[in-house]
Write a protein of this length. Structure first.
Length: 247
């Protein structure tokens, strides 16, 4: 028996990194998982790895129509959705004066607007399921500012606020909404060329003396998705090796 036997989970940005780790953990615990991404080759490979209880869908998280299709396909394949993990995200490492409007809007659309669209899209499905858990992946940059990540910080602060309001509005339906705020996690996004030097400097300041692994975040995601966290909603869960405790 797994912790999520009979549960249906939808994960955005699930083809690699944290999202892929979440998908693996949920399948291991008995869930039926639909994960989405624009990275088709990686998504299809992971679907094959995970087997019959997982399905990959190509998905532009900026599109309301795509969200509607994904929710509909999830219900047709596995049933009403119990858990949504809004995981898709990007970072552009530029200061305010260097950042173009196009770059700013791209980050906001992928990191913030997608969270709005995802939450809105799953509400009817979660009502059918008589409740659910929405987990929005923010960042420690949604709790504090940092130099050189203006658009990213704006989007992650927004996710934090959206989570709290959604939690209040959806509580009457038994739908819980929480945000997770990872620190430095070993994923392709934080190791890209324009941010890896900054990441390396920050990693030296982590009290636990290591950067996080995707599995560290996945364990917290599973806790918030489970009945073990049934009295937690509208809350922020920091997972950063103690980094924000220093500042």
């Amino acid at each position: 028996m797994g912790r999520f036997d009979g549960k249906v989970v939808l994960i955005s940005g699930g083809a690699r990194g944290q999202g892929a780790s979440h998908a693996r953990k949920f399948v291991e615990e008995g869930a039926k998982v639909v994960f989405t991404d624009i990275l088709v080759e990686e998504g299809e490979a992971l679907e094959k790895e995970l087997g019959k209880n997982a399905k990959f869908l190509k998905h532009d998280v900026r599109s309301a129509a795509d969200w509607e299709k994904v929710v509909s396909e999830t219900e047709k394949t596995f049933g009403p959705i119990n858990v949504l993990v809004n995981n898709a995200g990007i970072v552009i490492s530029k200061k305010l004066e260097e950042l173009s409007e196009e770059e700013y809007r791209r980050v906001i659309d992928i990191n913030q607007v997608s969270v709005f669209l995802g939450m809105k899209a799953v509400i009817p499905s979660m009502k059918k399921a008589k409740g659910g858990s929405i987990i929005n992946i923010s960042s420690i940059n949604g709790l504090r500012g940092s130099v050189g990540t203006f658009a990213y910080d704006a989007s992650k602060f927004a996710v934090r606020g959206m989570t709290k309001t959604a939690a209040l509005e959806l509580a009457e339906y038994g739908i819980r909404v929480n945000s997770i705020h990872p620190g430095i996690i070993n994923t392709p996004m934080v190791m890209q060329d324009d941010v890896k030097d900054t990441v390396g400097t920050l990693a030296n300041n982590v009290p636990l003396k290591r950067i996080g692994q995707p599995e560290d975040v996945s364990n917290l995601v599973l806790f918030l998705a489970s009945d073990e966290s049934s009295y937690s909603t509208g809350s922020e869960f920091v997972i950063d090796g103690g980094l924000t405790a220093k500042y």
